[in-house]
Write a protein of this length. Structure first.
Length: 330
């Protein structure tokens, strides 16, 4: 993470998405020297909750400001992002100094529709992402929502709404002000069509849409061609974005309304130039994350295109202004 933040800054970019992959939890008894210490202040462990005995029952303590007691069991998270909350806070300071916006993406294979173990693990991943995002100063926790499976679209919609609602409520209870970002899907069998995601965002406080442009483009059989196509899409989602839209961009190969694979931007039929023109004209806060196989290369490629479009607009306005001044002088 530290090297990544530095690289992003040195490239002249300003946003980085951390991947919450290969995350594992383990339990251990509290050490004597940890008694009285708050879980969020432990130096070499990322405690996500405490298990505390209360008579014959066990109580789960999710308040990380609650001091550890003798007999507590610590449930810790191991991930590739950081070893402790202290390290996350240091990364936050570094990102702030270098003007790099941070975000977190949960594991790619998620299931918020089913009723099995994978669903509970998926919900746990979103909880863990929220705990880390709070300390990291991340702007959003992005998640996929999973396959429809053997249920109807209506049933899937209801289950997603209920579970995202539970997670958003848990976020508020634990002082996590980071929104849960619902990413659009690129295949027909996966929950995450535009209207499905917006409906959840409308009904659940704390949920926002994440516009994955290649996913939308593939699911809608190549719908994003001209600046107006992007403009219409942004018009539709902007009221749900809470003032700043988060998005992904890359090239994409697709067929029959389904994404086949991400590609470099130059290879797919989804072009960045029309989006750049739309962004310059709208002048609204938006974060664009590169999802390309050529990650840094295409991030820089998008930056160059955006700057070129912006320079062209400024030059045109200056020429128009100078012409108006000369006319007024005459």
């Amino acid at each position: 993470m530290r090297d990544g933040i530095e690289d992003v800054h040195n490239l002249g970019l300003s946003a980085m998405e951390a991947q919450l992959v290969r995350a594992h939890i383990h339990e251990r008894s509290a050490e004597p020297e940890e008694i009285g210490v708050k879980p969020k202040n432990i130096a070499n462990d990322m405690v996500i909750e405490l298990i505390r005995k209360k008579g014959d029952k066990e109580q789960v303590v999710s308040d990380l400001g609650e001091p550890i007691r003798k007999g507590d069991t610590l449930v810790s998270l191991t991930s590739g992002i950081a070893r402790s909350y202290q390290e996350l806070r240091k990364l936050r300071e570094m990102a702030d100094e270098l003007d790099v916006e941070l975000s977190i993406h949960t594991p790619y294979y998620m299931d918020l529709v089913g009723d099995g173990e994978l669903c509970f693990r998926s919900m746990d991943s979103i909880r863990w992402g929220g705990l880390m995002a709070r300390e990291l100063g991340a702007t959003v926790v992005v998640t996929h929502m999973g396959l429809y499976g053997d249920v109807s679209q209506k049933v899937a919609q209801k289950k997603i709404k209920t579970r995202i609602g539970e997670l958003a409520k848990w976020y508020r209870k634990n002082g996590i002000k980071v929104p849960i970002g619902l990413e659009l899907s690129g295949r027909q069998e996966i929950f995450g069509g535009l209207q499905e995601a917006l409906k959840v965002c409308k009904e659940v406080q704390g949920a926002v849409p994440v516009i994955n442009f290649p996913h939308y483009h593939a699911r809608e059989s190549g719908a994003l061609r001209e600046p107006k196509d992007f403009d219409d899409l942004l018009d539709e989602v902007w009221d749900y974005a809470k003032g700043r839209l988060y998005s992904h961009f890359s090239g994409v190969e697709h067929e029959g309304g389904n994404e086949k694979r991400f590609t470099s931007i130059k290879k797919g039929d989804l072009r960045f130039e029309p989006l750049a023109e739309t962004l310059v004209e709208r002048n609204q806060p938006i974060t664009v994350i590169s999802g390309s196989p050529l990650l840094e290369h295409d991030a820089m490629y998008m930056k160059v295109i955006l700057e070129r479009v912006l320079a062209k607009k400024v030059s045109k306005e200056n020429k128009s202004g100078n012409k108006k001044e000369r006319t007024e002088a005459r």
